[in-house]
Design a protein around this ligand. Structure first.
Ligand code: GAR
Length: 224
């Protein structure tokens, strides 16, 4: 099902298709907005894509808190501009991953989030976080999972010489980058591509896929 069909799909030979396994879930924008927590480590462009979709009425949500682990990262600058509440939970401060995740859970529970999106969170998460938001913790990864899990998925795809790559939004499970897939978008890998050009093409699709996938998941949650 080609769910995206605006002209920007066709930039640079791009023809992305969205193939969500949740195709039969009708998306509904009715009902109270879900209260979203977002986690980011760097630039924050996916975080901003969520905020833009909320503002445009494409995502029935309110981003109630952004948490970053790197003080001064791009996501913080974006949150300030967008006037979205944000806080730093610096992984260097906490003695292990579980303590860091406890802090995340505490922060998100304090603002009563319904779901949490890892939008470029570059730390491995533990059962502490996964269990606290079971079935409601989403991650975006820059490959067509199950291919190229883990670090530098774009580099892995180039190294493998694949013709098609893309991005995946999935529920987070204890196995790294392996939880149930909500939606994927595919992009071609061109012969002329380097890391930067392929990453940019995937990023463009991420910004479209992530809000769509979150809305898809939210619609399913609202149906019980
Ligand atoms: C995105 O490409 C996202 O898929 C990736 O980090 C980037 C963050 O970009 N996430 C992972 O690799 C997680 N394994 P952004 O900060 O501009 O949103």
């Amino acid at each position: 099902m080609p769910a995206f069909s605006d002209p920007s799909d066709h930039q640079a030979g791009e023809q992305a298709l969205l193939q969500p396994p949740m195709q039969n879930t009708p998306t509904t924008l009715s009902g109270p907005p879900i209260r979203l927590g977002v986690m980011a480590s760097g630039n924050g462009s996916n975080f901003e894509a969520l905020a833009t979709a909320v503002k445009a009425g494409r995502l029935n949500a309110e981003i109630v808190l952004l948490v970053v682990n790197n003080p001064g990262c791009g996501a913080v600058t974006r949150a300030e501009r967008l006037q979205i509440p944000h806080t730093v939970i610096d992984h260097r401060v906490w003695k292990n991953r579980e303590r860091l995740d406890q802090e995340l859970v505490r922060s998100f529970n304090a603002v009563q989030v319904d779901a949490v999106v890892m939008a470029g969170w570059m730390r491995i998460v533990t059962p502490v976080l996964i269990g606290a938001f079971a079935g409601r913790l989403l991650n975006i990864h820059p490959s067509l999972l199950p291919s190229f899990r883990g670090l530098d998925a774009v580099g892995q795809a180039l190294e493998a010489g694949v013709c098609i790559s893309g991005c995946t939004v999935h529920l987070v499970s204890e196995e790294l980058d392996a939880g149930p897939i909500i939606a994927q978008a595919a992009v071609p890998v061109l012969k002329s591509d380097n890391h930067e050009s392929l990453a940019a093409r995937i990023h463009r699709q991420e910004h479209r896929l992530l809000p769509h996938a979150v809305q898809l998941a939210a619609s399913r949650w609202s149906q019980g």
